[in-house]
Ligand binder design. Structure first.
Ligand code: ZN
Length: 297
């Protein structure tokens, strides 16, 4: 597999929805009616890494899969659920009093927008949606819950996975540690600077900023193995999804139907994993900047 840092591997193989001309879109859609949605956000990954690691790796995986297995890559979503529920305790522990400079949104806002993204995909003619989230740790469960409600009304396939789930049993995901930094070292070496570790000891610089304890073990070689394994799994799933599709003309989805589904999703908020701490997770201290988000109603 040819690693890419964003360009296209060969002429005539554009995969980004935003770059396609109408006839190119129709051609790709007819060949493979699968759309990819890369999800991530800006959040700290230590002093050594770019904020957008999660989004960048999700985009890379979707581009690679579209080149190899077909389909079209939708515009990325660079805002994601953070702060709320279990994230609050995690932030207190890993970021403390610092400003994490994040692009976080609350679960209800994110899931509402997600349902409208799914609507846009179906209305544009896609029959299957592959959602890859580079930000994981539990939030993908809530996405799947919303996707399930959507699929109860609309007969399309919505498949949601975080990247560590693609390589479950082979590699273990982490936050800004050996796993994640290796991924970025491979796909965007220009966005990792291990020399920036010096900033951890400079006052007011933010300290470790959620850097994983095994970050020094990261390498582009490991990143290549992880990313190629992710792509392999992803392509296998897309081939499987495509083989199982029975072409049907979907009626356009009106706002009113999404509002009905959204109401059901929001009424299920008590079961969202991003709405509360994990069982047994340490309570956030009363004066922490993250305390207000610990229990999301
Ligand atoms: Zn990450």
């Amino acid at each position: 597999m040819k690693p890419s840092t964003g360009g296209n591997p060969a002429p005539g193989t554009k995969t980004l929805w935003s770059e396609l001309l109408p006839y190119e879109f129709k051609q790709r859609l007819a060949q493979c009616p699968v759309v990819y949605l890369p999800l991530g956000l800006c959040e700290p990954h230590g002093q050594v890494s770019a904020f957008g690691l999660d989004t960048i790796k999700a985009e890379w995986l979707c581009h690679q899969a579209a080149w190899q297995a077909g389909g079209i890559v939708a515009p990325s979503m660079g805002y994601h659920i953070h702060e709320s529920g279990y994230h609050a305790g995690w932030l207190e522990e890993n970021v403390g009093k610092e400003n994490p400079h994040m692009t976080a949104v609350p679960p209800a806002v994110f899931l509402s927008f997600f349902l409208y993204q799914l609507r846009a995909f179906v209305n544009a003619g896609f029959q299957a949606v592959v959602v890859i989230t580079g930000h994981s740790g539990g939030n993908q469960e809530d996405l799947r819950q919303a996707a399930d409600r959507f699929m109860a009304y609309i007969p399309v396939k919505v498949w949601v996975r975080s990247d560590p789930e693609l390589v479950q049993g082979m590699y273990t995901g982490d936050h800004a540690g050996k796993y994640e930094l290796s991924q970025l070292m491979y796909i965007r070496p220009d966005l990792v600077d291990m020399k920036a570790r010096g900033w951890e000891n400079v006052p007011l610089s933010g300290g470790r900023l959620a850097l994983g304890s095994d970050a020094d073990e990261a390498s582009p070689e490991l990143g290549k193995e992880i990313m190629e394994a992710c792509v392999q799994r992803l392509c296998a799933e897309v081939n499987h999804i495509q083989a199982a599709l029975t072409p049907v003309e979907q009626p356009k989805i009106p706002y009113s139907l999404i509002e009905k589904i959204r109401g059901e999703v929001l009424r299920g908020s008590s079961s969202w994993v991003t709405a509360r701490p994990w069982p047994g997770q340490k309570q956030v201290s009363p004066y922490s900047q993250w305390k207000p988000y610990e229990y999301y109603e």
